[in-house]
Design a protein around this ligand. Structure first.
Ligand code: PMP
Length: 403
């Protein structure tokens, strides 16, 4: 990987903040976009824009071709068996809400159990709580070890004959832990439960193969993987999606409507009510092509080396507490330093041009598990350099010396 040339693809990386070169280490929140993705958006609006499906005219057919070939690009990216299994949504959050709203509403009954892990993002907690309020399901929380790994023994022991669904993140957005989703899947299936994998933090960083993982559902967001905001994906196994009722009603998702009775479109359109973000889907496919051009294995290797380097360097900072020390760890380092408030740490680093995230990272139960209100978090992308990590480490040292 030639990082210098890759960085030239991202115009924002050469800007300055407060007169200092930008060091962008908030990639777990959202990543910067390569020029090809932004160009694809403006090119489509300027030269192809027309509503998709059903249009007889040239532009509509061309826009439909872009949109549907994007679906196939996503299918290949995650190795789904069919494009019927690729539903476009607004992002991970909507994908999970879709499963809670449709699968949950149709197939879960009072007393049925959903297992979620203690390290979930709020978007993989709250939809299940909303369902609990509606249907009286039971949410059980899978604990983790102090290193930030799912406690596998506890996980296995939590299944009962009422366990229907497991919802776990592939990579923690705080700890960076890479969870053994294939093993988690096998165990869930051995107990007759389904499994949903939140891949928001894994899709940008590693090769995903839904057939190898064996998951029933998998969700991710375009904006975290170099695509635009507002587009995301839900993968679902075809026979499950087929059995599930629609999530929202409107145009695009119907076969035939009368006031007496409406029938629904085939998959995946049954779950895509309304005009889709067809520009977003095309731009997402351009982002995937960009990632494939670099190679997911190369990206994973580069980011893994960076993460190990960052952990090693940061361990040397006096008074630092690092959260998430599992060996299988990806592109995220969360920390606190002495008694310095994480918000002060973030604000002062910002003045040095270093953008990190502070707070609870949409994972308040995980903060409670770690005994803190919040943390500082630096997160990496394919364009992150070792020099930027050195700047972060010396920035933290400088800030710490002010207190
Ligand atoms: N899950 C995880 C692990 C995340 O990191 C995020 C985003 N921070 C989400 C879900 C939600 O993604 P989005 O806001 O794009 O829907």
């Amino acid at each position: 990987m030639n990082i210098d040339s890759i960085r030239k693809d991202f115009p924002i990386l050469s800007r300055e903040v407060y007169g200092k070169p930008l060091i962008y280490l908030d990639n777990a929140a959202t990543v910067q976009k390569p020029r090809c993705v932004v160009d694809a958006i403006s090119e489509e609006y300027f030269s192809v824009n027309a509503n998709v499906h059903r249009g007889v005219h040239f532009l509509s057919q061309q826009a439909t071709e872009f949109h549907e070939s994007a679906r196939d690009t996503v299918r290949r990216f995650i190795n789904a068996a069919s494009t019927s299994e690729v539903v476009f949504t607004r992002g991970t959050t909507e994908s999970i809400n879709l499963v809670a709203g449709s699968f949950g509403e149709a197939f879960l009954k009072a007393g049925d159990e959903v297992l979620i892990s203690v390290m979930e993002h709020h978007s993989n907690i709250v939809p299940w709580q909303l369902l609990r309020d509606r249907k009286d399901i039971v949410i059980k929380v899978i604990p983790m070890t102090d290193a930030g790994e799912i406690d596998m023994e506890a996980y296995e022991s939590m299944f009962t004959e009422r366990t229907r669904l497991v919802c776990v993140t592939h990579v923690s957005n705080v700890l960076g832990t890479i969870n053994p989703v294939k093993e988690l899947s096998e165990i869930a299936h051995a107990h007759g439960a389904y499994i949903l994998v939140d891949a928001a933090q894994s899709a940008p960083h590693m090769q995903i193969d839904v057939q190898d993982i064996g998951c029933d559902f998998l969700a991710f967001s375009g904006h975290k993987m170099y695509g635009p905001t507002g587009i995301g994906v839900l993968f679902g196994k075809e026979q499950l999606l087929d059995a599930m009722p629609p999530y929202q009603g409107g145009g695009e998702m119907i076969a035939r409507v009368s006031f007496e009775k409406t029938t629904y479109e085939r998959l995946p359109y049954k779950f895509e009510a309304g005009t889709p973000d067809f520009v977003g889907t095309h731009a997402l496919a351009v982002a995937i092509d960009y990632l494939n051009g670099i190679g997911m294995d190369n990206i994973a290797r580069h980011e893994h080396a960076l993460t190990s380097y960052a952990m090693e360097q940061m361990r040397g900072i006096e008074g630092i507490k690092l959260y998430g020390t599992a060996p299988a760890k990806d592109a995220v380092v969360a920390f606190n330093v002495g008694n310095i408030h994480h918000l002060d740490l973030g604000t002062l680093l910002d003045r040095l041009g270093i953008a990190i995230r502070t707070g609870h990272h949409c994972a308040q139960p995980l903060m409670q598990r770690c005994g803190v209100e919040g943390m500082a978090r630096a997160s990496f992308a394919l364009y992150t350099t070792q020099d930027e990590i050195d700047a972060l480490v010396s920035g933290i040292r400088r800030v710490a010396s002010m207190f």
